[in-house]
Design a protein around this ligand. Sequence first.
Ligand SMILES: C[S@@+](CC[C@H](N)C(=O)[O-])C[C@H]1O[C@@H](n2cnc3c(N)ncnc32)[C@H](O)[C@@H]1O
Length: 359
Amino acid sequence: MPHNEEWKPVTVKSKRPKKTIKPKKPSKMVDDDIQQAVSSFVAIKNTDGRQLFLDHAQQLMDAKSIENELNEENDKETKHFDSLSGQIKDKTSHLFVTGDIRNGDVVKNIRDSIGSVDLVFTSPPYNADIKYDEWKDNLPFSEYKTFLQDSIDSCDELLNEGGRFVINIRDIAMGTGERYPIIVLLHKLLCKKRNYKYRGVHIWYKGREESSFAWGSYRSSKNPAIIDLFEYVFVFQKDGKRKQGQDDIQKTDFIESVIGVWKIRPVKKIFGTGKKNVAQHPCPFPPELARRVIKLYSQCGDTVLDPFGGVGSTAAGAIKAGRSSVSVDISAEYCDVAHKRIEKEFYNSPMQLSVIRTK
Ligand SMILES: C[S@@+](CC[C@H](N)C(=O)[O-])C[C@H]1O[C@@H](n2cnc3c(N)ncnc32)[C@H](O)[C@@H]1O
């Protein structure tokens, strides 16, 4: 059919008999609209016209099914979130532990108080000389590797079989212009040593707005410094059978989340104060990053562990995703900020907060 030929619906009078028909059982009842559509279709004599008719009918059906799905989605969403009061309805619990994740007592305390966890999501120190409250972030590289290994071992003790271990990190700057590809080490520690499966990576793209310029290498081919506007979110899965649970991720959220690149703005800087940000921590990640990971990789009633919890961004993401959480940090100050922040931001959500100090 030529492109410019306009399709006009053909209306045909129904040839249904005039006698009264007893209504059939609802499941067998022939809908008037369908009857009308079939008659119209039959009345179209040429194949192109019929095809056009079918395409049009398909479009209408697609639109209807999308509308139905969205309505269903809204209904489900109101179960988790009361849009009038802004209250999250899922009852969750959040534990803040001050201590070193490598310490056996920390692991024992968590186990005694909540048992095991279903997901680990974290962002460890990057050995990038960040000025943390308690942690020296410039270890010799061999010591940094041991630090990651010991921390992973503690998390593994708490993680259920089949649970996901998700790590936000970037390649490690060696201080010589060289970078260490961190996936090599993670693969060795998790997959080779502990039989985890590597499931893939999301790229957290922060947006061009974040760029700062390395003027030292401006217009020079000698050593142009690559400006990272992204970080990795590596996904591993522990060996064994994953427990059967109930999923609650919404369709649109799922479609956005399974895409490999996530554009999420970092935590806001406080204007005019150099590196300070609203979270009172040198390198927090945005709660939306945590929420997305948690919603995609856990189920209703699950608990997520962040062994380097900082100021509670994972706990905030967990509440938004309707999950419980455990956050560990070596700094009592950060744990305190985390606890207070969650109390303040989610004051009207039904949750239980508790604290353990191991040092
Ligand atoms: C990259 S930051 C994580 C920030 C966190 N995602 C947030 O949004 O607030 C790393 C955190 O690990 C903590 N840390 C470093 N070594 C630790 C250890 N051995 N055990 C527990 N926490 C540690 C630091 O105090 C720091 O807060």
